[in-house]
Design a protein around this ligand. Structure first.
Ligand code: ZN
Ligand code: ZN
Length: 350
């Protein structure tokens, strides 16, 4: 995995990447450090701890080890001088203010410019290899969820259910949770981003699980809301509405569709039935980051194309009653989409 040449075709000049996901995407290196791209070199600047790892993971790159005498800035300066560069693109959205100031001071005479969104655009369209990793993560999370369903029972705390789910994902090869697992039972279900608590899961409640595995650094993201025993008519109605909104939006996923139009389909349907109860975006892109481009929101203006990977996750949240969300992450193909998530979206009763 070495994508620096593809990057150079899209963007000229010298670029400094400090975002670990971007460094990995471009070079395969997963350790701490940064990547300097000049017209002639791709240089990974790291410290003693990652030297061997860097040699193994990114053999196409030049490796520069920082020492007490020779820091990051000195190394960058040398390569910029070699390239005769007077400008450097930096990731202003990632660098801290302190780091930016220090870099400006150390690289006197060099103008620091905002990095163009070229990598965001590259990363948005997934290769076959990336799609394979994303599907693997999806299968791990589905299998782990099926295993959880067999173990879950009233009286179990949200934290305990969360631990089972994360453990089952690990057993199936996940590199770790793709993000903080959400388990929200009963009245906690009205919090879209509830943190698993000591609250016991009770019979008659809906329980929302939002979670993901990771494979080769790529995330999965899925949400299922399950019923524990018999639930009320009111909760059933909420589930049906969210399910219908999810399916209506999902069925429209294909190349050429603008992401905000997907959001509108689900939003209009839910707004008529539960005004104000769906307060977040319909979805987001998924890849090395759990949230990345394209946005699938009221303002999302990306025209879908093959290789985009997006979530569809409508929800309804009613204070004092609970909530429901159903989410799959799907891959846009030439003609429509692939949904690698196998867990049923019909109401599951445990
Ligand atoms: Zn999610
Ligand atoms: Zn999501």
């Amino acid at each position: 995995m070495f994508r620096v040449d593809s990057l150079r075709k899209l963007q000229s000049g010298c670029m400094l990447f400090v975002d670990g996901k971007n460094v990995y995407y471009l070079t395969g290196f997963t350790g701490e450090g940064c990547l300097l791209v000049t017209p002639a070199s791709a240089v990974i600047i790291t410290d003693f701890r990652y030297v061997e790892q860097c040699e193994r993971q990114a053999p196409e790159c030049v490796l520069e080890q920082t020492t007490r005498e020779k820091g990051r800035s000195a190394i960058i300066k040398k390569y910029l001088d070699d390239a005769g560069a007077k400008e450097l693109y930096v990731e202003t959205g990632i660098l801290t203010v302190d780091a930016f100031r220090a870099l400006s001071k150390d690289l006197e005479g060099i103008t620091l410019n905002d990095m163009p969104p070229v990598l965001r655009d590259m990363r948005m369209v997934k290769s076959d290899e990336e799609i394979k990793a994303i599907c693997k993560a999806a299968i791990i999370s589905c299998d782990a969820f099926e295993a959880l369903l067999k173990q879950i029972k009233p009286g179990m705390t949200e934290k305990y259910a969360c631990a089972i789910l994360e453990h089952e994902m690990r057993l199936r090869g996940s590199e770790g949770p793709a993000f903080d697992t959400i388990v929200a039972s009963g009245v906690n279900g009205s919090l879209p981003h509830a943190v698993p608590s000591d609250k016991k899961i009770e019979s008659g409640e809906l329980v929302t699980f939002d979670f993901g595995a990771s494979s080769m650094g790529y995330c999965s993201d899925m949400t299922r809301t399950v019923a524990v025993g018999r639930i009320s008519y009111e909760l059933n109605k909420i589930y049906d509405a969210v399910y219908t909104a999810h399916m209506m939006a999902l069925e429209q996923v294909r190349p050429g569709v603008i992401t905000k139009d997907l959001d509108t389909i689900a939003r209009e349907y839910l707004e008529k039935r539960y005004p104000g109860a769906f307060g977040h975006s319909l979805g987001h892109g998924v890849g090395l980051n759990i949230h990345e481009s394209p946005a699938v929101s009221t303002r999302g203006d990306t025209v879908l194309q093959k290789g985009h990977v997006i979530t569809i996750e409508p929800g309804v949240y009613l204070k004092g009653l609970g909530g429901c969300r159903i989410e799959d992450t799907v891959i846009v193909t030439d003609t429509g989409f692939i949904d690698p998530y196998t867990v049923s979206k019909q109401l599951i009763v445990v």
